[in-house]
Design a protein around this ligand. Sequence first.
Ligand SMILES: [Zn+2]
Length: 164
Amino acid sequence: MINTELCVECGTNTRVDGYVNRVPRDTGIIDGYNCGRCEEAYEDAQIWYDKAGKIVGRGEDEDPRFDAEGEELVNSDDFERSIDDKMYEKYEKERHTEIDAMFPDAPAFREWCQKDTNENLSDEDQKQVQTLVKNYRHNKKVNQINQWNTAGGVLESLLREKSL
Ligand SMILES: [Zn+2]
């Protein structure tokens, strides 16, 4: 197991960016995190369907399994969660561009993260990942990602565009 503070989705260092609301996530071999931004994007991109396949909610705030008081409904199993792929992909594209400028090794790291859920990594491969994580480069000139400092501003704008 390779322990790291990196986000297995976008490759950011959660100590530097996306620390708030980060959640532990392991991919089988890499034991890392989902950074706060990716986690937020995932929740915002979720779509809820009822039994008939009708959309009954979007995002975390419209989770139909709970009533206004936050109590779980008796029929909460009737709802199905899915992800708005288009919206999430849009997030990923913007996010990755920024993360890659800040952490030049992020593309390589993400590639490993996607690989190891499907197949076991050889000892040699694991060593490579370990070395990558250990020497993870941080371009400090790009030390603040302004776009993402607006507490979900980008995601909100994605949602708004969606509803137009
Ligand atoms: Zn992330």
